[in-house]
Design a protein around this ligand. Structure first.
Ligand SMILES: [Zn+2]
Ligand SMILES: [Zn+2]
Length: 320
């Protein structure tokens, strides 16, 4: 607080022999330590799962969501076939990236059932896209066209975000049977697991998809995710959406240990469609704000928090 009006402050500095230069240095020092302090309190945040067009959100609305939630950068994931309810073209993501190159990390996605799919992905690679996602089409995980895009990511050193949802009308069905085959075969690609069936496998006890895609209650230790994350460092877990939050909050004691076992493979993400960081247009809640609070409460190690909020996503993006 400045206790002197400007003129008398100058007078005071002159009288007390403090030069303008050292006064400036003093001010800078104070500002810097204030910034460092603020940075300590609020780690950098990268949202690994965000869409435009979600509940008709515009590019400006999406940036507003990032501002409101303290999000520095985000992987923006297109969904070109719109099979999951959101239709977002890779071109729109690239357009948004050119408007906000310091905020948006553009991913691409295109209909993998089309014969020109790999050619289109090569074009998106040249145009500056950094990964594939969200891969969400009605195809089983062991379909050769799914394998072709994983192999392409392996070739160009990209990550791929996959929506795993077993059952009729699901996407990439067969995680338990087929994911490990790809992890063994492709060592460069980073596979980022997302959605209901991915997170149901946090527990050794997974109900059939027809019965529940959002199992609740205590987690049974020894789940598939624990084993795969331990054995394959190129596998990452996307914590976004109701599926991520539901699985992580169903048994907090288990989750604390799960995070401690895989602190470098968990990625903060929201998949939030709201505009204001408060869920005004979406169930009255914001997935980003909700998960930030949860991680801050449950992860006691500040280094682990920084990794989950930012650094792990950068590793998943760039590879080893
Ligand atoms: Zn999504
Ligand atoms: Zn939100």
């Amino acid at each position: 607080m400045n206790r002197f009006p400007q003129s008398s402050r100058r007078e005071f500095l002159k009288l007390s022999g403090v030069t303008a230069c050292s006064a400036l240095a003093l001010n800078l020092g104070l500002n810097q330590s204030a910034e460092v302090h603020a940075a300590e309190q609020k780690p950098r945040l990268l949202d690994c799962h965000l869409h435009i067009n979600h509940y008709d959100r515009s590019i400006a609305d999406t940036i507003q969501h990032m501002d409101a939630t303290g999000t520095e950068k985000a992987f923006i994931l297109p969904l070109e076939t719109g099979e999951g309810g959101v239709l977002l073209r890779s071109e729109t993501v690239l357009h948004a990236y050119h408007q906000h190159p310091d905020r948006i990390i553009p991913f691409c996605q295109t209909d993998i059932r089309q014969p020109d799919c790999i050619e289109r992905l090569r074009a998106y690679h040249k145009l500056g896209c950094r990964g594939i996602g969200e891969q969400k089409e009605h195809l089983p995980l062991n379909d050769r066209r799914v394998e072709a895009v994983i192999a392409f990511c392996d070739e160009v050193n990209w990550p791929i975000t996959i929506h795993f949802q077993d059952g009729k009308n699901g996407y990439n069905q067969g995680l338990a049977e087929h994911l490990e085959t790809y992890l063994k075969r492709y060592k460069k690609v980073r596979i980022i697991g997302h959605a209901q069936t991915w997170w149901a496998n946090i527990s050794a006890d997974v109900p059939p998809a027809e019965k529940s895609l959002y199992p609740k209650g205590p987690v049974k230790a020894g789940g598939l995710l624990d084993r795969l994350l331990s054995e394959y460092p190129n596998l990452y877990a996307d914590m976004s959406a109701g599926s991520g939050f539901g699985a992580l909050s169903r048994d907090e004691g288990f989750t604390a240990g799960f995070i401690e076992r895989h602190p470098n493979q968990l990625l903060f993400g929201s998949d939030c469609p709201c505009r204001d960081g408060q869920g005004e247009n979406f169930k009255g809640k914001c997935y980003s704000t909700q998960l930030q609070k949860f991680v801050n409460r449950i992860v006691s190690d500040s280094k682990n928090r920084e990794n989950i909020f930012y650094n792990n996503a950068i590793h998943a993006l760039n590879g080893a």
